[in-house]
Design a protein around this ligand. Sequence first.
Ligand SMILES: C[S@@+](CC[C@H](N)C(=O)[O-])C[C@H]1O[C@@H](n2cnc3c(N)ncnc32)[C@H](O)[C@@H]1O
Length: 219
Amino acid sequence: MFGVIAPRYDLLNHLLSLRRDVSWRRRLVAALSLAPEGMVLDLATGTGDVALAVRDRRVVGGDFCLDMLALSQGKARWSRRAAGWTAADALALPFADGSFAAVTIAFGVRNFADLAAGFREIRRVLAPSGVLAILELHRPRWRAVAAAIGLWNRLVVTPLGTLISPDGGAYAYLPASVDTFPDRVEMAGVLVGEGFSMLESNDLSGGIAALTVARRSEG
Ligand SMILES: C[S@@+](CC[C@H](N)C(=O)[O-])C[C@H]1O[C@@H](n2cnc3c(N)ncnc32)[C@H](O)[C@@H]1O
């Protein structure tokens, strides 16, 4: 699915979020100030927007979709930014224990086949006191916002996604996957269960999205 939507992914992202995605990603990258010095892994990097926004640190973008990685490499060349890119499945990462000071993930964890296993694997590749920063869409907890988003999804996201993307089904999957994904409080519970301590869990844009930041806890 991700390979098919890759060519139109950026356009639809900006269009369907009314460019909110840009400022949300900025907040995610700013959370790196909470991490110790060292290398960053941007997991589920997609077309690389988060990895390419990281400054003053070495960064690797990892994704299991090679078509997405090809686009991120092209963007890096075009913008003359240095980043490493690698094929990587979040559930079986090709990195040694403790390799990274921080892991960032934007709009990725919702797609993990096993959320807890993904967090466990991320914890493994984080150095002691390493930080995991997650940007994700969640079910809004305020009823009025949830109703507005339901309408937006029905009237705009699914029809426009079907029109513009080569895989229209993906844009029906998007709202459905948000509906069944844990809200940010439930997700924090999974993180704590997998050996993280919470640093931040904040709604963005009325709870359409959230920024979650957690530290690898020891013991
Ligand atoms: C919605 S895109 C997000 C891309 C990018 N992070 C962004 O900010 O737009 C989700 C990405 O997660 C990747 N992905 C989903 N599950 C994955 C997994 N288990 N391991 C690695 N990448 C995964 C997909 O291939 C896709 O590129």
